[in-house]
Design a protein around this ligand. Structure first.
Ligand code: FNR
Length: 342
């Protein structure tokens, strides 16, 4: 199967397999404060992606490119959204354009549509240093996402079976590209052990890409004659993975993603220790089913609702939200206890 056809399959299967599984956010409850002493108008959503100051903690995560006109149109609309909302946007894996320069347009459209915006390049951990540099240059990107997708590869019939050396390639890439590197998962979450390995390379931004939203095992299983369904319920729920990551490293930037769909999900992610939160599948769903205006309203609505939640909790900014008390129960509590995380 061609790479372009696979990209288009991913989009249609991502939309079909649905988004909502157990992120663990249902186990997290905020504690109501009757005297918050706040004013919604004074709530600031300013956040930090590493050293990069961003106007809100929401960004659009890596999805597409490399599927010809269809993905070019989606990327063009995503870039328009990101520009109007002043939020960062990541493109999907650029390996398609590295292998076939005719595909570059489907990525470069995001820089054309949003010349001054924050854009993240994206490549898998199999990339060489030169390929990683080419991805950054292609977009004049502000950061480079390097994705880890072992389970997706294992379920893909034509997928990779050799995972040796990924960490040292990540380290080399991070040492040679001239922008910060974000190491990201794609919906299976990151454990404490994984985070510690990543931090040992000097990388200080991770996107834990947890379980609970887009499910690449289900997506790839749609294309298998005999599905590897044992991987469909595999992975670390997003809420738990944020806690694992924060427990592993106090000073790194944590991007939360995987099933983030509402302002309350974002608030819980930040309260658990994330710095920013990324949406992928849900944005694609809104955009393809209801168009750009609708998606714009949805994300603007989320940003306003986030301000309401912060005000209710007595938090006037993101760092106050990160210190707000919360109660954890159910499976999430049980997991964290077994892992020695308080
Ligand atoms: C993705 N994702 C992804 N991630 C990545 O690093 N490189 C990629 O090329 C892609 N491609 C891609 C295509 C499509 C159609 C979707 C929906 C997603 C993964 C994405 O960035 C994110 O980590 C996961 O989708 C989890 O977030 P959501 O979708 O649950 O919000």
């Amino acid at each position: 199967m061609s790479r372009a056809k696979r990209k288009l399959d991913h989009i249609s299967h991502a939309l079909k397999t649905g988004q909502k599984q157990d992120t663990g956010f249902g186990d997290i409850r905020f504690i109501h404060q009757s005297l918050p002493n706040t004013n919604v108008d004074n709530v600031s959503l300013t956040a930090y992606f590493g050293e990069l100051k961003v106007s809100s903690p929401i960004f659009i995560n890596a999805m597409t490119g490399g599927g010809g006109a269809v993905t070019e149109k989606i990327n063009s609309q995503l870039a328009e959204l990101a520009c109007i909302l002043d939020i960062p946007l990541a493109v999907g894996s650029q390996m398609a354009a590295i292998k076939d320069p005719a595909e570059k347009n489907s990525y470069q459209i995001v820089r054309k549509k949003n010349p001054r915006g924050v854009i993240f390049a994206n490549i898998g951990s199999e990339a060489t240093i030169d390929q990683a540099k080419a991805c950054v240059d292609m977009l004049e990107a502000n950061c480079l996402q390097v994705h880890l997708n072992v389970i997706q590869e294992l379920v893909m019939p034509e997928g990779d079976r050799h995972f040796e050396g990924a960490l040292s390639r990540v380290e080399k890439i991070a040492n040679h590209v001239n922008v910060p590197v974000i190491v990201k998962e794609v919906g299976f979450g990151m454990s404490m052990e994984t985070i510690k390995k990543i931090v040992s390379t000097g990388v200080s931004i991770v996107d834990i890409g947890g379980f609970g939203g887009t499910n690449f095992s289900k997506i790839e299983n749609e294309r298998r004659l005999s599905p590897y369904s044992f991987f469909d319920d595999w992975g670390i729920p997003t809420a738990i993975s944020i806690a694992e990551a924060r427990n592993a490293a106090e000073n790194i930037t944590i991007a939360a993603s995987g099933g983030i769909q509402t302002a309350l999900d974002v608030a819980k992610a930040l309260a658990l220790g994330a710095n920013v939160a990324g949406l992928a599948g849900k944005v694609l769903q809104w955009l393809t089913a209801n168009g750009l205006e609708f998606t714009l309203e949805k994300i603007n609505g989320m940003l306003y609702e986030l301000k309401l939640i912060l005000a209710a909790l007595g938090a006037e900014d993101i760092s106050a939200l990160q210190r707000t008390p919360l109660v954890i129960h159910g499976n999430t509590l049980s997991w964290l206890k077994q892992r020695g995380i308080n």
